[in-house]
Design a protein around this ligand. Sequence first.
Ligand SMILES: Nc1ncnc2c1ncn2[C@@H]1O[C@H](COP(=O)(O)OP(=O)(O)OP(=O)(O)O)[C@@H](O)[C@H]1O
Ligand SMILES: Nc1nc2c(ncn2[C@@H]2O[C@H](COP(=O)(O)O)[C@@H](O)[C@H]2O)c(=O)[nH]1
Length: 192
Amino acid sequence: MTTNQVIVITGPTGSGKTTVSHYLKDHFNIPQVITHTTRAPRDGEVDGRDYYFETPASFATKHYLEHVTYSGNQYGSSREGLAAGWSKSPLVSIVLDTAGAITYARELGRQAVIIYLEVPDNRALVERLAKRGDHPERIKKRVASQEYQRDQQLPAGLVGHATALVNDDWTQTRAKLDALVHHYQQVSDSAN
Ligand SMILES: Nc1ncnc2c1ncn2[C@@H]1O[C@H](COP(=O)(O)OP(=O)(O)OP(=O)(O)O)[C@@H](O)[C@H]1O
Ligand SMILES: Nc1nc2c(ncn2[C@@H]2O[C@H](COP(=O)(O)O)[C@@H](O)[C@H]2O)c(=O)[nH]1
């Protein structure tokens, strides 16, 4: 029997979660589970590809495995989204804040492979957001949020469950990701 697994990519804002998720899709064909949010799309973001962009009313109609408020906006991931991902591949990825990652660890146990990304230089994180094109007011609000501060450290609920990975040098990050994916693909194969 195939063991379905989900690579949960978590960490502070700007740490590179989305970049890692795109890398896993482009280089290993690992589909990303698309989540729902009430925040407005950033330049270049597409509904159904980057997020399902919702109004507060449409957000409330979905069935979530978990949902959170992050810097004033709502985000949620559904069991249906996970099942749709697993119908394409036994190994999928999802990008979540640390509260969501803790829920996945609790609900899915060993099926959730958690990667916590960190960037030791806090200023570098904020510079990345500006470079990404985030509006200065939005960066200010996000950096002031309780969720931003919380996600700067690996939470106690993920200790022993998450692999921490420093993402300050993309070449090194890629090498570490390649090793991790090969490991989990072998685990998945040996279960078949
Ligand atoms: N190793 C790296 N070195 C320099 N820049 C990077 C690195 N990894 C990612 N970036 C850049 O940092 C910016 C933020 O990355 P990304 O959007 O993937 O972060 P995120 O963790 O998904 O952020 P958020 O939680 O705010 O959505 C992007 O412009 C990305 O290209
Ligand atoms: N717990 C959840 N966190 C989610 C979900 N979708 C995204 N996120 C996280 O929210 C913040 C902000 O995202 P952004 O795209 O506005 O920068 C970030 O940490 C994402 O990882 C979700 O469904 N559940």
